[in-house]
Ligand binder design. Structure first.
Ligand SMILES: Cc1cc2nc3c(=O)[nH]c(=O)nc-3n(C[C@H](O)[C@H](O)[C@H](O)COP(=O)(O)OP(=O)(O)OC[C@H]3O[C@@H](n4cnc5c(N)ncnc54)[C@H](O)[C@@H]3O)c2cc1C
Length: 392
């Protein structure tokens, strides 16, 4: 261990979505006496991802919203289209680069925050503090917010899928996109027995981010993503004349392995590391904003960071595990599961359910709209896994 360089009130490890959201919300809340250290191994200067999420009110990064839509679409494997008005919600899009640039500018003008370009190596809890070792030196913080911890994804009694996708921002020579509604799931892809679909974020009539997305256990080869994506574009857009402006590749864990959000008394895991990613959908953005707001509100009133409310009520973890189980066991085509969900439920019920904000009556309605036998079988398996984990 090298000599400790400096002590900080708060150290934030990872300047991605969760780290930057925490810093922004904390600075908005005041905290004028605290000194912050923000550490990342990357300079965050590229547009490495696009965040979309639904919201029924303005969020903390409202000013960065690049596109917003009042409708979404879902297309079945046979080409039937549902165009869904979002009622009180909007589907919003924020580009990674816009958030990184905005926060870089904020940090440069903020004398309370030090930014360190370094790789985190170890985190050692101490009495009333935490020591963090990096290749740029060692630091002590009263509290550490860590979004760099990698989920082990090794629990044999958990379901581990990956959401993986390759996307192109393309520009076509003809107007082929409907800019009024993104397509959450288009199942017009060759049937391969697993869950795969196309996701489209239209930016104009001639420009869109089109993604070939899979929820499966293993990644594909680079060529297989490219083939799936280009074949869909050529078959379904009626325009083979297009330019690729940007590429986006991503892998998001979809796992019901339990996550330790508060592993030690002065360490709080945030973002995907803290379990903010919805295991059944991969969506993380909105939970990140919500949970961070809860942490700050709790600290402001009690001086403690750990709120009384869990990240998700346990029953929502169970629902997510059951859906993961249905996808994993492939007893019914994923296209049918999602098509029935969107066809038979109002969208605000679905959004509240996925956000863990629905009531029992709404949840029963969602369950009644889902294929009964596959979900019952998956639910039994989830319970068996939990008993095994408890006994292990
Ligand atoms: C391409 C892509 C698109 C996505 N789109 C959506 C979406 O549309 N909607 C949605 O809700 N979610 C989406 N997600 C999921 C999720 O919102 C993102 O992964 C989100 O960035 C997670 O935030 P985070 O802070 O946990 O992780 P990150 O944003 O990845 O931040 C972690 C940071 O830690 C740094 N780091 C890691 N290890 C170390 C180390 N040892 N030392 C120093 N620094 C380290 C990394 O450089 C990174 O900057 C997407 C994910 C990807 C990959």
């Amino acid at each position: 261990m090298s000599e400790v360089r400096k002590k900080y009130d708060l150290i934030i490890a990872g300047a991605g979505l969760a780290g930057l959201s925490l810093l922004w919300q904390i600075r908005q809340a005041g905290f004028v006496d605290l000194q912050f250290l923000l550490i990342d191994q990357d300079e965050k200067r590229s547009n490495d991802r696009t965040w979309c999420f639904w919201e029924d009110q303005p969020g903390p990064f409202e000013h960065l919203v690049y596109r917003r839509w009042d409708h979404v679409r879902v297309t079945s494997s046979s080409g039937e289209v549902l165009t869904i008005p979002l009622r009180s919600y909007q589907y919003k899009m924020i580009r990674g680069i816009d958030l990184y640039t905005f926060m870089n500018d904020q940090i440069q003008a903020d004398p309370q925050t030090t930014r360190l370009h370094a790789s985190v190596q170890t985190v050692d809890p101490m009495d009333g503090a935490v020591r963090i070792q990096t290749d740029g030196g060692d630091f002590i913080g009263e509290t550490l917010f860590d979004s760099t911890h990698r989920m082990p994804l090794s629990d044999p009694n958990a379901i581990h899928l990956l959401q993986h996708f390759l996307g192109y921002v393309i520009r076509t020579s003809e107007p082929v996109f409907d800019p009024s509604s993104p397509e959450l799931m288009n199942f017009q892809v060759p049937d391969s027995g697993d869950c795969r679909f196309i996701y489209i974020l239209p930016l104009s009539e001639t420009e869109a981010l089109v993604e070939y997305t899979l929820f499966t256990e293993a990644l594909l080869s680079k060529e297989a993503y490219e083939a799936g994506l280009t074949s869909w574009i050529q078959t379904h857009l009626g325009s083979t004349d297009y330019q690729i402006l940007e590429r986006e590749f991503g892998v998001i864990p979809m796992s019901d392995e339990p996550v330790e959000e508060f592993p030690f008394s002065n360490v709080i895991r945030i973002g995907t590391a803290g379990g903010y990613t919805n295991p059944a959908t991969g969506y993380t953005f909105r939970t990140t904003q919500k949970r961070i707001a809860q942490l700050i509100a709790h600290y402001t009133t009690t001086g403690e960071w750990k709120p009384d409310a869990p990240l998700r009520e346990p029953r929502f973890n169970f629902y997510a595990s059951a859906l993961l189980g249905v996808l994993n066991q492939r007893r019914i085509p994923a296209a049918k599961v999602f098509w029935e969900l969107y066809r038979r439920n109002p969208i605000d019920r679905i959004f509240r359910f996925l956000d863990g904000e629905s009531n029992l009556q709404e949840e029963i309605r969602i369950m009644r709209s889902s294929p009964y036998l596959p979900f019952t079988a998956a639910g039994v398996k989830v319970l068996t896994n939990r008993i095994r984990r408890y006994l292990a």
